[in-house]
Design a binder for this molecule. Sequence first.
Ligand SMILES: *[C@@H]1O[C@H](CO)[C@@H](O)[C@H](O)[C@H]1NC(C)=O
Length: 341
Amino acid sequence: MSEFKAAMVFRAAVLLPLAAASLESFSAVLHFEDEPTPLPLERAAAGGLPVVMMHGMGDFGNNPMGMVPLKKAIAQTANAYVHSVELCSEPSKLENCDGEDQKNGFLMTMDEQVDQFARVVKADPKLQSGFNAVGFSQGNTVIRGYIHKYNNPPVKTFLSMHGVLMGVNGLPQCPMSVPGLGAICRTVDALVSHFGVYSSLVQNRLAQANYYRDAENLAEYRSHGHFLPYINNEVQGQQNATYKKNFESLEKLVLVMAEDDTMVHPKESEHFGYFKDGSRTELVDMRDAPWYTEDWFGLKSLDVQKKIDFHSTPGNHLRFKKEFLLEMVKQYFVSESSMVV
Ligand SMILES: *[C@@H]1O[C@H](CO)[C@@H](O)[C@H](O)[C@H]1NC(C)=O
């Protein structure tokens, strides 16, 4: 198959079933009802630091079945302006692109997603003094990339809900059993196994390949993988001190892991742990891992300043309770001065 033809097959195979699939049941998509929350008697004008939300794979920023009700609930809890970022295909288009936003979670590379995220937040006048960020699943990979590569305006507190932070060692993180999605999963699997996850064809087209960290094949990952090896500062000679400096400037990093996560493999990636170098079974905790002990990108610097908090939720990927998220928002995004009394 020629590269071009393979790319077309790839697009069709991924997009057609995606359009038909019932995304509500896709376990990477948030599902929350819109329910009226009682308003405080006296509401101050939104005085808290603004919040930016970044959705996960298969979801979209304007999703009325999850992201939108959650945005309202966060705005109310934090007493703050909230921007749920959409990733449109055209650099000049910053919003109102539900379909593109949803498919770009698969078919826009991570570097392009980060660049587009940066354009969107840069263009929003309400965010210019900085913001708190909350990501869901792959949305955290985007936020992490933004902090390392841009951070202008700066992220203050980064709340990662089940975030793919240290990569995955299984691809794609696809729920085979969900009707309509099995076909995408099988096709992507077939293309990845045919061309290889580190082939330029796959790296240039599939976001998930850009954070596939094969612990048994780190040399190939580092020489041919895009995105993650760079923001991790693990490519010899390509380390960038700005990436580390930006990450260290966070005021707080809050890492939430799903205890029974079957999407992110290994789930410890959500706490910046991962597989030990050379193994696909043996795990290493964040604090024992070389990226921490050698402080490749600022993780240790943050931790020694007590700026990292760990939490976990029972159950599977993105199946946390809304009350839990709002507790996190209250604890980390609400400062004394912005509290509504
Ligand atoms: C390091 O990263 C910063 C921020 O993305 C960029 O402006 C700079 O050009 C990079 N430096 C090198 C040497 O690539």
